[in-house]
Design a protein around this ligand. Structure first.
Ligand SMILES: [Zn+2]
Ligand SMILES: [Zn+2]
Length: 138
């Protein structure tokens, strides 16, 4: 119950009316730091909430993103994932197990050549490779 209270407080803070569906969707993203897709969120939550539709999930995520509560991450071109972690971080996708890892980097240390005086609205740093766990299984 305590957690639900915090979740709904956070929604209000971001200008979102905390309906039951919105609370459940945001709670899922916060508690499952796996960068879920619309499908993952819908499949998991619809077991628990039979009244939930995929359109509701889709529209809720769109609203969350507009209000800057969550960020969308394009890891594969045809697949949008959602992230509740608000600080700047990069993503590493393991091409073997498919897991997505967050990593921190110092934004101020990045050097850009050729983008002087440009304004950045969104920065996504994405690395693909083989994670430590998979690499050790060789
Ligand atoms: Zn892996
Ligand atoms: Zn992330």
């Amino acid at each position: 119950m305590q957690l639900i209270q915090n979740i709904s407080d956070e929604l209000i803070l971001y200008g979102i009316k905390p309906s039951y569906h919105r609370i459940k969707i945001y709670e899922y993203i916060v508690n499952n730091n796996i960068h879920p897709t619309v499908d993952t969120i819908f499949k998991t939550l619809s077991n628990e909430i039979p009244t939930l539709s995929k359109t509701t999930v889709y529209n809720t995520l769109k609203l969350f993103e507009e209000q800057k509560l969550i960020k969308s991450v394009n890891i594969e071109e045809n697949e949008i994932r959602y992230d509740a972690r608000k600080n700047i971080h990069g993503h590493f996708k393991c091409e073997r197990c498919g897991k997505i890892y967050d990593f921190d980097y110092n934004y101020n240390d990045l050097k850009y050549k050729g983008l002087e005086h440009f304004i950045f609205n969104k920065t996504d740093i994405m690395i693909k490779g083989i994670c430590k766990l998979c690499a050790s299984e060789n």
